[in-house]
Design a binder for this molecule. Structure first.
Ligand code: 13P
Length: 249
């Protein structure tokens, strides 16, 4: 049994005033049994403040990290800095980063390695685009990108999460069928077990892409879906907690 993880990715949204949502999440979490992990990845400017406000039940993460721990990289942020600010997870290889900043899988792998060295759990994102799905290439793309993006794991690694985010489902309101999600998640599990052995069975595999309170229960019931990576619906505590609630049923 994999412990579920409900993770919010705020992307480039959120000023200090948005920290009010954290109070609401803290309050809601206190009422739910501790049966799933809960995480918010705010923009880097809010990581430290959010970590201070978050209760022990709410984890905080970054959305990106460099693969070096420090140095002459203007505008960048290291995994060590995120950990120092109170983060315990970091998203790497999100398709928006792969597209906007030309981040290739070899770089994603090195980011994940840097995250692990800093004691952070990397959330490695993979997902096909619309054309790749239409051409029947989804499985091949997912496996290839995973094999290039997954870091080696040492014995004391804090953990690893994979997020399946079909690019065409992000922010569009469209989602794959439950059978399609199930097929990809089963493939991801096979690749994780192949890469890491037994420990690969307990790594959470998240679904991301237009997950909302209205479709979360159905998606979370698919075998090998162990949680969600939620964009738009994570910005308001009420929606985010409605999704969390479905994960602990
Ligand atoms: P949406 O939930 O807004 O579709 O975003 C998904 C996502 O990209 C999470 O990382």
């Amino acid at each position: 049994m994999v412990r579920p993880l409900i993770a919010g990715n705020w992307k480039m949204n959120g000023l200090k005033s948005a920290l009010a949502e954290v109070e609401a999440v803290n309050t809601a979490l206190a009422d739910y049994p501790d049966k799933a992990d809960c995480l918010i990845c705010p923009p880097a400017t809010l990581v430290a403040a959010m970590a201070t406000k978050a209760s022990a039940r709410l984890k905080v993460g970054g959305q990106y990290c460099h693969n070096k721990s420090s140095g002459a990289h203007t505008g960048d942020i290291s995994a060590e800095m995120l950990a120092d600010a109170g983060a315990s997870y970091v998203i790497v290889g999100h398709s928006e980063r792969r597209d906007d900043h030309a981040e290739r899988s070899a770089f994603v792998k090195s980011q994940a390695k840097a995250a692990l060295q800093a004691g952070l759990i990397p959330i490695v994102c993979v997902g096909e685009d619309y054309q790749q799905r239409a051409k029947g290439e989804t499985a091949e793309v997912i496996e290839r990108v995973m094999r290039k993006s997954l870091p080696e794991l040492s014995e004391n690694a804090p953990g690893l999460v994979v997020a399946y985010e079909p690019k065409w489902a992000i922010g569009t309101g469209e989602i794959p069928t439950m059978a399609e999600i199930g097929e990809v998640h089963a493939l991801i599990r096979r690749v994780l077990i192949d890469a890491y052995g037994e420990v690969g069975r307990s790594m959470p595999i998240l679904y991301g892409g237009s997950m909302k309170p209205g479709n979360a229960a159905e998606i979370l019931a698919v075998p090998e879906v162990n949680g969600g990576l939620i964009g738009g619906a994570s910005l308001k505590a009420a929606d985010f907690m409605a999704i969390y609630e479905t994960a602990i049923q």
